[in-house]
Design a protein around this ligand. Structure first.
Ligand SMILES: [Fe+2]
Ligand SMILES: [Fe+2]
Length: 179
């Protein structure tokens, strides 16, 4: 390509801004901060599901350990997707455990490990529901100002709603067995 037809200024701007053009209508710093906050909840969710997988050794529900493990893997994938987008927008994904814990706690998310499987499932359901609410609000806020971030958030929201619904189904089915 012949770069001679571009001004030095245009080339410098392109290098500095990467994927962000003047058509981008969101505030990148605000989006980066919101994505880092959501990512902190995903890392917390990953740690919580892993912990539950370690602790779920009930003979009555042998499949739960694998379910927790599968959910943990997907939460880490969500964290990765958000980190990639943060980097593309010119930001830095939070990597200090202290910062990650503080960001998650600022939206009321902390890893929990209840004494029974049922309590663990309820803890996971509550966390998934907090995320459903947070993703839905951010998607609405972003509107069409940042289509790529929006599409990514929609994808993660669909997984999160599926998780919440699976956990609810499990709680309902086990309650029916007991009654
Ligand atoms: Fe997730
Ligand atoms: Fe989830």
């Amino acid at each position: 390509m012949n770069t001679a037809s571009f001004t030095t200024e245009a080339i410098q701007q392109a290098i500095a801004q990467g994927a962000i053009t003047e058509a981008y209508q969101a505030d990148p710093q605000q989006v980066i901060a919101a994505l880092n906050q959501l990512r902190a909840t995903e890392v917390t969710s990953y740690l919580q599901y892993k912990q539950h997988a370690y602790m779920a050794v009930s003979l009555f529900a042998p499949g739960l350990k694998n379910d927790f493990e599968a959910h943990a893997t997907l939460e880490l994938h969500h964290a990765d997707l958000l980190a990639q987008r943060i980097q593309q927008l010119g930001g830095v994904p939070l990597y200090s455990p202290v910062d990650i814990a503080a960001q998650a706690a600022s939206v009321g998310v902390r890893p929990e490990q209840g004494p029974t499987l049922r309590e663990m499932i309820i803890e996971n359901l509550l966390l998934e529901r907090q995320q459903v609410a947070a993703y839905t609000s951010l998607i609405r806020e972003i509107g069409d100002s940042d289509p790529t971030t929006r599409r990514l958030l929609l994808e993660i929201l669909a997984d999160t709603e599926r998780h919440a619904s699976e956990l609810t189904d499990y709680l309902k089915s086990t309650a029916e067995v007991r009654s």
